[in-house]
Design a protein around this ligand. Sequence first.
Ligand SMILES: C[S@@+](CC[C@H](N)C(=O)[O-])C[C@H]1O[C@@H](n2cnc3c(N)ncnc32)[C@H](O)[C@@H]1O
Length: 333
Amino acid sequence: MSTDILPTSPESDCVKTKLDLSENPEEHSKPSLDKGEAPEHLSKRQMKKLMRQKQWEDQRELRKQKRKEKRQRRKLERQSHQESNTDGHDRKRFRSDVVPSPLRLIVDCSFDNLMVSKDIKKLHKQIQRCYAENRRASHPVQYYLTSHGGQLKKIMDENDKGWVNWKDIHIKPEHYSELMKKEDLVYLTSDSPNVLKELDESKAYVIGGLVDHNHHKGITYKQASEHGIHHAQLPLGDFVKMNSRKVLAVNHVFEIVLEYLETRDWQEAFFSILPPRKGAVPANKVCERSSQAQKSARAKDEVESNSSAEESTETPPDPITQEGEGQERASST
Ligand SMILES: C[S@@+](CC[C@H](N)C(=O)[O-])C[C@H]1O[C@@H](n2cnc3c(N)ncnc32)[C@H](O)[C@@H]1O
């Protein structure tokens, strides 16, 4: 297979997430917030919210720095283009910053009948978000929505009529397997034992268009395996340690691909895109943690994976501003 994938490496024993402020697992349910203990009277839900806020605050400087670096990088790119361009057409020069990637990135909308209307609406927001980010990316991908129909199309027809005029996107009623060569396809799925090393821009990467709150665990991996389609997971475990499961929302996977195409740096891509509730810390900065604490973190993660569909409304905003109709947070899994 020409896609660079590696067999998955076992989870490191050396894990300590930002949220794990103590070596004592019992303290996971009562974390210290800032200077003192969290107030006793808080419910578990309020406590979790407080912890997320604290985490969001803690990472503020890091995010600010990343945004600054990104701005500077873009500015330098623009300047170097301007210097090399002698025709004097400024607007053209600015557009020439954009170098489209041949990589095809497909959101597979064939899971329409597995979602209730509320989750279809969330998927719609995520698709809008992908569209907006792709339009502003310096290396936009060939964005496909396949198996477009059913409830999703109905909701888009009702709430977002402008979708028929969207540019630089291929919206197709056909299944992706009818549109792409099988050997070009790589299904991105967190359950795959293969780990992506690089992105091969001649391939067509597929993202499952599903907001399922883990109710259909492993469905995309199962389907890809059954149909003999290559599959791979993002190399999250090689670069970041998270306090939650590695299943990301459609738009996060999409944006990570865009960011990687720009920076060619997975760590940078993960850090600029992952939402704070994932509690990601660089893999090379993690410290020793007792196996009991790890167990406790896993148990906590299980609870969170089954938690409410409204998780996205409780978290602070994404670092990247959203555009147009996609202004609501689009990050449910
Ligand atoms: C919310 S997840 C859906 C999870 C679903 N239960 C499944 O089996 O795929 C949305 C999609 O994002 C992609 N995805 C999420 N996390 C990923 C990861 N860590 N690596 C690769 N792809 C991922 C997958 O394509 C997945 O179908």
